[in-house]
Design a protein around this ligand. Structure first.
Ligand code: ADP
Length: 233
């Protein structure tokens, strides 16, 4: 666990409009190291946009995101993409797995891109799949897996290079309740142990309750915020 007590992410006065819609209208948010934050709120409220802005994927119109002292809006695209690759892990609904590759190859990918040896990458990937509770044959090509199994692979891939933050949009959306709870247990315990932050969007209170804090977004603004005591750990 990092001893650094400075905040990991400081977002100020974020606003973002798309051509036809306003998505964020002045959001302030500070996230600590090791903290898990759930973003909730009705559909269209701006939750996904907030996640993408915090991750430096979508630029804001106004406001700033500072990650570990780095102002994202001052960074070039190439610096931003290295930052995302090296320090962030992503779990998005679409999964973005490569269907022709096996489960273990998909999970090893961030390590191979990061120039780990094949052997090291495959060992770490296999271990991460075990940790997350993936039970099928790890050498099966992903297009043979169920939606839930693919989601487990995507989560293992997001965790394998020990990122400083994991950004997740409905990480348990394709999983049954029991598997979803297991995954949240692993995600929240692992991030806490590593001093990494977890920022997730969910509609499911049973998922949000694993986090330390729930923020509710309505009409692009912070509507409510509460701390979850102990969650379900
Ligand atoms: P949520 O995740 O809470 O459902 P979003 O952040 O996806 O909300 O969307 C917020 C608003 O911005 C909605 O009105 C949505 O239609 C609009 N929006 C989101 N993404 C885009 C986009 N790429 N282009 C245009 N409008 C968008």
């Amino acid at each position: 666990m990092s001893m650094d007590s400075s905040p990991l992410i400081v977002a100020r006065r974020l606003s973002k409009s798309y051509r036809t819609a306003s998505a964020l209208a002045g959001v302030d948010l500070t996230i600590s190291r090791g903290e898990a934050v759930a973003i909730m709120g009705p559909s269209g409220a701006g939750k996904s946009t907030l996640l993408l802005v915090l991750a430096g994927i979508v630029p804001v119109d106004h406001g700033s995101v500072v990650f570990d002292g780095l102002a994202l809006h001052e960074m070039h695209d190439s610096e931003l993409s290295s930052l995302r690759r090296e320090r962030f892990g992503f779990v998005f609904l679409q999964g973005n797995l490569i269907p022709e590759l096996t489960a273990v190859e998909n999970v090893a990918m961030p390590l191979l891109v990061d120039k780990h040896s094949r052997r090291d990458a495959f060992e770490k990937a296999a271990r991460q799949l075990d940790i997350i509770g993936f039970r099928p044959d790890k050498n099966v090509r992903c297009h043979y897996l169920s939606g839930g199994e693919m989601q487990l692979v995507a989560i293992a891939r997001a965790m394998v290079n020990e990122p400083a933050v994991i950004f997740a949009d409905e990480p348990t959306g394709a999983l049954d309740q029991a598997t979803g709870q297991e995954v949240m247990q692993v995600l929240s315990a692992t991030t806490r142990k590593r001093g990494a932050a977890l920022v997730l969007v969910t509609h499911d209170p049973n998922v949000a309750n694993w986090c330390d804090r729930i923020i509710e977004i309505r009409d692009g603004m912070m509507h409510a915020e509460h701390h979850v005591r102990g969650g379900q750990q």
